[in-house]
Design a binder for this molecule. Structure first.
Ligand code: PEP
Ligand code: MN
Length: 338
């Protein structure tokens, strides 16, 4: 951390900063010029300390971080890529894992049909929400436990993995009985008690990026899961809110190489929630594969016109079947496969 002192600061004020650093077991390096007086705070834990502990001291102008606030998710902590292995399917390796299915579980026939068509086209993980985090309390909230049971039956019949969202920390043990992968939705990325509970469950988890959160905040949230000993963490870029209003969210394609640079965790992309419209999904999905995503999470509904949630952004079975060979071709061109 770099502590910049106000002009006209006194030696006592500078000493106050030095003493606080020492009381925390940190080293200091003074750079006392004629115009600028700067105290560098040294130590491997500075990334985890709040800057306020120095900012509140008399004579301090500003405090700038150099170390990243996340630790366990960082490449410095673990240099090699993490592979998340779930019942024989590996995420973060050469294979790009396609997860697909409806936004919400609506009934037995819908889930089964969705699972059948996405599996036939090459997806190996079935998605579908039984607990839906809806913006309005008057919207369909999901079928809860009944929905989980439908997912489990589809999983059994088709031999697929299931990813489904958990929105409440008290439901983690229930949902993890049915799901192979828990999903933390964008609105819950910083629900820290939920993250802690999922961390303790040790269940594989897809951590979606909060749509108003920076990559640093996202990786720091991942540290909550990792800190509880759950190392099967998969990040998911799903678009962020920007000034652009011609699309539901702006998919931050650059977050994929940025994550690869700063973190060892695998990262997948959800083009559907970024797009908000089925016609935009294929291009975004293809861009994600080209950019290095380790997987995709795509909404597919047997009959989008009748969908209870997110029908407009859902691909039909034939849209999805057309997209898969294109994705495979792009995967091949970047030395991956689907
Ligand atoms: C979802 O995947 O069903 C979902 C609600 O997505 P997000 O949390 O990204 O909005
Ligand atoms: Mn949805």
């Amino acid at each position: 951390m770099i502590v910049e002192m106000r002009s006209g600061t006194t030696p006592e004020e500078i000493d106050g900063v030095v003493q606080r650093a020492k009381s925390l077991g940190l080293g200091v390096q003074l750079n006392l010029g004629t115009n600028k007086q700067v105290v560098a705070i040294l130590g491997s834990t500075t990334g985890q300390l709040p800057t306020d502990i120095f900012a509140v001291l008399p004579g301090v102008e500003s405090v700038t971080r150099i170390m990243k606030p996340y630790k366990l998710a960082s490449r410095e902590f673990k240099a090699e890529n993490s592979l998340v292995s779930i019942n024989g399917i590996e995420i973060g390796g050469e294979r790009i894992v396609v997860m697909a299915g409806p936004c919400a579980v609506e009934n037995e026939g819908q889930v089964l049909e969705a699972a059948t068509v996405v599996k036939k086209a090459g997806a190996c993980v079935l998605r579908g929400g039984a607990f839906k985090p809806r913006t309005s309390p008057f919207s369909f909230q999901g079928l809860a436990k009944n929905g989980l049971e439908m997912l489990a039956r589809a999983r059994e019949q088709l031999g697929m993995l299931v990813v489904t969202e958990v929105i409440d920390q008290h439901d983690v043990s229930l949902v993890s009985k049915y799901a192979d992968i828990l999903q933390v939705g964008s609105r819950n990325m910083q629900n820290f008690p939920l993250l802690t509970q999922i961390g303790r469950s040790k269940c594989p988890v897809v951590l979606k990026r909060g749509f108003s959160c920076t990559i640093t905040e996202w990786l720091t949230a991942a540290d909550y899961l990792l800190a509880e000993g759950n190392d099967r963490v998969i990040l998911c870029e799903r678009g962020i809110r920007t000034f652009e209003d011609s699309i539901r969210f702006s998919l931050d394609i650059s977050s994929i190489p940025v994550i690869k640079r700063f973190s060892h965790l695998p990262v997948i992309v959800d083009p559907s929630h970024a797009a908000g419209h089925y016609s935009l999904v294929p291009s975004i999905a293809k861009a994600a594969v080209a950019a290095g995503a380790d997987g995709l999470l795509i909404e597919v509904h047997p009959n989008p016109k009748e969908a209870l949630v997110d029908g407009l952004q859902s691909l039909t079975p034939s849209d999805f079947a057309r997209l898969m060979p294109e994705l495979k071709a792009i995967a091949k061109s970047v030395n991956r496969y689907i």
